[in-house]
Design a protein around this ligand. Sequence first.
Ligand SMILES: Nc1ncnc2c1ncn2[C@@H]1O[C@H](COP(=O)(O)OP(=O)(O)OP(=O)(O)O)[C@@H](O)[C@H]1O
Ligand SMILES: [Mg+2]
Length: 273
Amino acid sequence: MTEAAVQIQTEAPVLAVNNIEVVYDEVIQVLRGVSIEVPQGKIVTLLGPNGAGKSTTLKAISGLLKTEDGEVTRGDIHFMGQRIDTAHAEEIVRGGIFQVMEGRRIVEDMTVIENLKLGAYTRSDNEVAADIEMVFDYFPRLKERTGLAGYLSGGEQQMLAIGRALMARPRMILLDEPSMGLSPLLVKEVFAIIEKINREQGITMLLVEQNANYALKAAHYGYIMESGKIVLDGTREQLLNNEDVKEFYLGGGNEERKSFKNLKSYKRRKRWL
Ligand SMILES: Nc1ncnc2c1ncn2[C@@H]1O[C@H](COP(=O)(O)OP(=O)(O)OP(=O)(O)O)[C@@H](O)[C@H]1O
Ligand SMILES: [Mg+2]
């Protein structure tokens, strides 16, 4: 175990994924022994190329795997000391974990406010209206959009998806590629709000990203996943200064870098493979 891993463990993780394997359709093994720890109140990022298994990891945590014929076949997942890998998705939401899915997944033929109320479906208190105002404080531009959510821009839909998660008053939010499809300026804005929410609400976050530059700046610890395995982990400083991370993940986002998997020398050159 790395020094950083020992250090993070002393902070008592609120979420602990222990050596899980995930299989789809009873035969397709996607995760091969994945372990991740997220300390209370921190942002941890999970990085990796397309198809690495990042979304699968989030769905294993939120219980949404079951709706896709996926199963955790080995290992376990604990949240606040409770085992959750055997729990139903709705119990996991009630337990305090809310996933913001890849591709936003807002309800297009409902208004912004109706979408936000959906996020509060597990609540029975009478502070929902106040929380809608809180969401509008974080995302003022949503307040002005009174039509159907389907007409919102991509960035506004992402904001609505995050706002809907806040409406559940979660202890932890799982964010799947919040930067996907957004302009660089909007990515910056969305990440700034994610960090603000973490700071002000103390909500723990596990952030899946392909945009390693932004994700590592927001996170205090990171994991890199390739082909269903964690190949490297460390504090944000360790990862930002790691030569392989710099070369393969922080290169600036040009097409050449994105196709690094096709390089013949790729496997030889990477120290973690
Ligand atoms: N429901 C499913 N049934 C079968 N295979 C699946 C299913 N969902 C994902 N997979 C496979 O599992 C692997 C990992 O997929 P996953 O969506 O977890 O990757 P990812 O790291 O999130 O990729 P991306 O960055 O493209 O979103 C892929 O090979 C994918 O084809
Ligand atoms: Mg994904």
